[in-house]
Design a binder for this molecule. Sequence first.
Ligand SMILES: *[C@@H]1O[C@H](CO)[C@@H](O)[C@H](O)[C@H]1NC(C)=O
Ligand SMILES: CC(=O)N[C@H]1CO[C@H](CO)[C@@H](O)[C@@H]1O
Length: 626
Amino acid sequence: MLSKLVRATLALIFTSFCVVQAQFVTKIPAAEASAIAGIVEDDPANDPQFKKSGSPAYTLYSAALPIPVAATPKYKITNPVTQKEIWYYEFEIKPLTQQVYPKLKPARLVGYDGKSPGPTIIVPKGTETVVRFVNSADRQNSVHLHGSPSRAPFDGWAADITNPGEYKDYYYPNYQSARFLWYHDHALHWTAENAYFGQAGAYLITDPEEDRLGLPSGYGKQDIPLVLSSKQYNSDGTLFSTQGEDKSLWGDVIHVNGEPWPFQNVEPRKYRFRFLNAAVSRNFDLFFVTSTATNTRIPFKVIASDAGLLEAPIQASDLKVAVAERYEVVFDFSQYAGKTLYLRNDEDAGGVGVDEAYDNTYQVMKFVVSSKPVTDTSKVPSTLRTVPFPPAGHTTIDHQFRFHRSGGEWKINGVGFADAANRVLAKVPRGKVEIWELENSSGGWTHPIHIHLVDFRVIQRNGRGVEPYESAGLKDVVWLGKNEVVLVEAHYAPWNGVYMFHCHNLIHEDQDASFFPRRQSVACADREQMMAAFNVTKLTDFGYDEVTDFGDPEDPRWSARPYVHTDFEKETGPFSKQAVTDRVQEIAREQPYSELAEVEAALDEAWADGSAQKRGPVPHYRRLVM
Ligand SMILES: *[C@@H]1O[C@H](CO)[C@@H](O)[C@H](O)[C@H]1NC(C)=O
Ligand SMILES: CC(=O)N[C@H]1CO[C@H](CO)[C@@H](O)[C@@H]1O
């Protein structure tokens, strides 16, 4: 008779066997297969070394961790269709200076509302927002709210540009689960430079259901955003530019919330830390140690990822956070009263990463734990929520995308974003569940891959497998390490429209010969970026006609408009309260999001028999506009 232990072990082996052997059938379009077969990769061995760092020396842990200010809505405007409030914010994109090195020149940044990171928007689930971004800077911008299923014209499409002297109103739904989103620049050619110079901010959706769990709470108190970045400074203290860099800018100065290597005074209790990697290239593998035992990694609980809470907390002693990923952890300092702890970075992430390590890039921040005992009533329940994973049973790989470097250019299946005629690499019928295979064949590079609009499940990865904290929730970025192949599954809903997917190493995303003088010999036709698009296409027999089609990200009805700066300052013209109210209500009447319930019901019905195409019209009718 088999002992319990042996049986449990056999069960475990059998389960992992099934997982590894899970059979997927690849049924990709023929054109996609031949594009992949035609890829000729550059040999990474022939690529020149990364630029060496050389920032001036910095005294670590000399400044306290700043908390990005929480934004307050300027107006609360009634949605004329739903009668609910729309919270309206106004952020001016403008320069600021930051005295990073006390005895050198200040660094010039450009930030949302003149702050870096920008103000944190905190909004309850179900409350729509409109954020007006006013470009008073010297470069084009386009704002992406990363993690939001925004309609295409409000998603920060790279070619939907706001020029200096223009503003654009972005309308956001906020109906999804409580989560840590972030807004950042996505303008063609300028994303890396703009994000690196400060255009990034946190955006939190809250939910009473999550609040009821009793997790450590209070923005900036026991619920703390930790926005990581990595930069390089010139010898005079100014920020080294990403321009001219076509591979990666790893940076040798690690920042948290905009401050190099800060410290934070904490109490001996639990804290919720929300990590966001907002670096342009550097990935992190974070762990905590005490100052007296720096080789012992202290376990913590991972409670949430890109799309909010996991099903249950996952205990971990390190956390891989690729560029643009968000993870939230609860760390308990109660055992460490009177001690000093460090947050550190395993630079090669146990062999997954290829990031250049410099003198202090293994250090991130310091926590000084008070010796005064406190009462901590917060808790981490053993189950957190039911995660809406895509329905099980899907085994077809619908698309394969290879992220590669060919002819000195970053591409996906041989195409880059500048190739407007070919950049739509996938047409996904609205409401379909698809599995995409993402492959990093450019050995020597790692790519954090972001798919707009959807939350996906990471279902398989060769080699190291899927990290437990990756599979316990839904994601919108996945770290594709060198030589890794990952399968991600998503429900391409609820909206139709053209959206981007790309590598979030912002240098790989931005790379374009026209902006890099030393590569100007490259022909215009070869200007490419590791960014492409997919089109969630309309269902011909959908049967629910929405008021307005929001599928075109460059729809001129919603594009940027010119303004006069004195109007902005004096709240006149388009900035008067009446004009703002009129404009917000004008967009709301077109119902970008208020038809969600009807759209989802129509989609469910259309897909109920497994094939939307087979169905005739379903009885849903256009809602009347008031
Ligand atoms: C996307 O699909 C729609 C049909 O849903 C089509 O009308 C539109 O032209 C497509 N756009 C692109 C850029 O492929
Ligand atoms: C160039 C390179 O290293 N390609 C690798 C990409 O990943 C696949 C799957 O692991 C490998 O087979 C390739 O060798």
